[in-house]
Design a protein around this ligand. Structure first.
Ligand code: GEK
Length: 244
């Protein structure tokens, strides 16, 4: 069972930049469900996408896997595909250790390799499904295109990328409303005003959100011609990109 996230519940003298350390790992499942609208729906649907799009004898990648929720969902979606392997990558040692324990806790025929590394260093090859579930937003803007090009290159024809992100919006009025609705979502899940504002400060310059259009543009530059938002709740959503 994951502990309740109360990391920002008391006033902190200094709010450092958010890191995925042991303290975060302990509360992560609770934190992400109470902070990201639609998270559970997206995880569940990654399994469905895998079931339809995974190609036999190919590799599947979960980049920025945290505790492996998307990996486990992909693995559930692979029941009728033989010869597939999943590679789960995260650069937080604490996350990777706990992720490996989660994976070991479930039996499956599909091998999973959990790697502690920067997703920018990973060689993507023979891939049919690549998942970036709320991870690209933590990469500096300069690194994003190179990573997407690498993913495009490593995908087989017909392979897919699932890219979930927090978004900003060009239209200031709808941007503000969607942000406010997200804050209401956090309040409705028991976060106080203090927790919300301290967490927001810690994510400043760590999580860099972009518009859906900026993502489409970069995906096209990387080679993807077929890009569509398949899910959105407030300022969070997920794009599916298909390699021809
Ligand atoms: C889920 N996908 O539960 N290389 C490797 N990992 C990274 C890097 C990097 N350069 N930058 C950040 N991370 C998960 C949720 S959480 C999203 C993903 C969130 C990792 C970081 O250590 C963390 O585990 C993850 O990306 C982002 O479906 O917390 O909002």
């Amino acid at each position: 069972m994951s502990k309740t996230d109360n990391i920002y519940s008391q006033p902190l003298e200094q709010i450092g930049g958010f890191t995925f350390n042991e303290q975060v790992v302990q509360v992560f499942p609770d934190m992400i469900k109470r902070s990201v609208p639609g998270y559970e729906k997206i995880i569940q649907t990654i399994g469905m996408i895998t079931q339809r799009c995974a190609i036999e004898n190919s590799n599947l990648y979960d980049l920025g896997c945290s505790l492996g929720a998307a990996t486990l969902s992909m693995r559930r979606g692979l029941t009728n595909k033989s010869g597939c392997k999943i590679i789960a990558v995260d650069n937080s040692q604490a996350m990777v250790e706990r992720c490996q324990q989660h994976i070991n806790a479930y039996k499956s025929e599909t091998p999973v390799t959990v790697l502690c590394d920067d997703i920018c260093n990973i060689d993507i090859n023979n891939a049919s499904v690549v998942v970036l579930n709320f991870t690209l937003q933590f990469l500096s803007l300069e690194k994003r295109l190179t990573l997407l090009r690498n993913i495009y290159k490593g995908l087989l024809p017909g392979g897919v990328l699932v890219l979930s992100e927090k978004f900003i919006f060009e239209d200031a009025t709808s941007h503000q409303l969607l942000i406010d609705l997200h804050l209401d979502f956090k309040r409705s899940h028991g976060y106080s005003e203090l927790e919300i504002s301290q967490k927001r400060s810690s994510l400043d310059n760590v999580l860099i959100a972009e518009t859906v259009e900026q993502h489409y543009q970069r995906l096209q530059q990387a080679g993807f011609k077929h890009n569509n938002l398949w899910y959105q709740c407030f300022n969070f959503g997920s794009i599916i990109s298909i390699k021809e």
